[in-house]
Design a protein around this ligand. Structure first.
Ligand code: SAM
Ligand code: SF4
Length: 329
């Protein structure tokens, strides 16, 4: 049954949902998790696949057609292909963001179940630096997983996410540019955001997309591609036609104006912005037997209050209590 479109109080039509399927992760990336991990949710606190399916079906009937599964590390939920199979008929695009560690095990089942787009996070192409940043000696395994994924034609185009950290990423920029030219992957640099567990974020630690773009352009000339509506990335092709590269610049060039995205945390909270200080519990009404009409009203009320923009660059900015891993990046 089709419902009225889901719109916020600023007139933005919501079409994109990120679903965190778990807060757990097998990595401990410095910009996301503390070395010792976080207190994980109890299994009973995490939404079941059936609960996620019900919410996605409802949101889909209100016009949400792009869903991305994330976490934590989504592939640590072993039966993720089952969820993909359940959600696939409900949406146009069903993508996954993963650290790649379990791709050799799961890529085939996930591709067959219907994942339409892939983002694999890789922050360094050097083993020791990858270890330093993720606190796992896993670069070889991640690259093997990526190669395995790339053997499936349906998995392309594959995007590689790398967080831009000043004092770290500078040395990765040209190797990643070369990597994007030699492989069928689009590398995307993402600016470091204040969503780390250690609260060590500082504007000075953000290596901006523009700085990286300029450094790449000096060696490998780039040509801008037109920005697609709602896109978070600025993309460029290498002028000689070999490959593409992208920049997600939420700190230096916020793209809140046409943000059409909402998020569902693993414990069933609806978040209308990465940096929201408020969230709306959907799990309690879901488990108390709420009707679709009741859930719809709760969702519409929350979405109506969606933040106009984030305040990262404003004095007095308050970092949300949840880390990126607990929100679902
Ligand atoms: N574990 C999966 C992964 O790493 O791809 C999915 C979840 S992770 C939270 C999603 C994305 O958020 C990753 O690309 C990661 O690099 C990014 N991320 C995490 N913390 C971040 C931060 N503080 N600033 C910018 N990006 C961040
Ligand atoms: Fe885990 Fe992804 Fe956070 Fe790294 S960025 S700790 S892989 S959730």
């Amino acid at each position: 049954m089709a419902r009225e479109p889901l719109v916020d109080g600023h007139g933005r039509r919501i079409g994109d949902l990120r679903v965190s399927v778990t807060d757990r992760c097998n990595f401990r990336c410095q910009y996301c998790m503390p070395a010792e991990g976080l207190p994980w949710l109890e299994r009973s606190e995490v939404l079941t696949f059936e609960e996620i399916e019900r919410l996605v079906a409802l949101l889909s009937s209100m016009g949400v057609r792009d869903v991305r599964l994330t976490g934590g590390e989504p592939l640590v939920r072993r039966d993720l292909p089952r969820l993909v199979g359940m959600l696939r008929p409900l949406v146009d695009d069903l993508s996954v963001t993963t650290n790649g560690f379990l791709l050799e095990r799961d890529a085939e089942a996930l591709v067959r179940a219907g994942v339409t787009r892939w983002n694999v996070s890789v922050d360094s192409l050097q083993r020791d630096r990858f270890f330093e940043l993720t606190r796992r000696d896993a670069l070889g395994r991640v690259l093997a997983g990526l190669e395995h994924l790339a053997t499936f034609p349906e998995a392309h185009p594959i995007k590689i996410n790398a967080v831009g950290l000043r004092g770290f990423t500078e040395d990765e920029v040209l190797p990643f540019a070369a990597f994007a030219r030699e492989h069928p992957y689009e590398v995307r640099f993402i600016e470091f955001m204040p969503l780390d567990a250690d609260h060590a974020w500082d504007l000075d630690k953000v290596l901006t997309g523009e700085e990286i773009r300029a450094a790449v352009h000096e060696h490998f000339p780039l040509e801008a591609e037109p920005r697609e509506p709602h896109s978070t990335a600025r993309t460029y092709r290498f002028a000689d036609g070999r490959g593409r590269i992208g920049f997600i610049n939420p700190v230096s060039e916020p793209f809140c104006g046409d943000c059409n995205r909402i998020r569902l945390t693993a414990d069933g909270r609806l978040r209308t912005c990465l940096f929201s200080l408020n969230e709306t519990d959907l799990r309690a009404p879901l488990r108390a037997g709420a009707s679709d009409a009741e859930l719809e009203k709760t969702i519409r009320d929350a979405v109506w209050r969606k933040e106009l923009k984030h305040r990262v660059n404003d004095p007095g900015f308050v970092q949300p209590a949840r880390t990126m891993s607990a929100i679902g990046g």
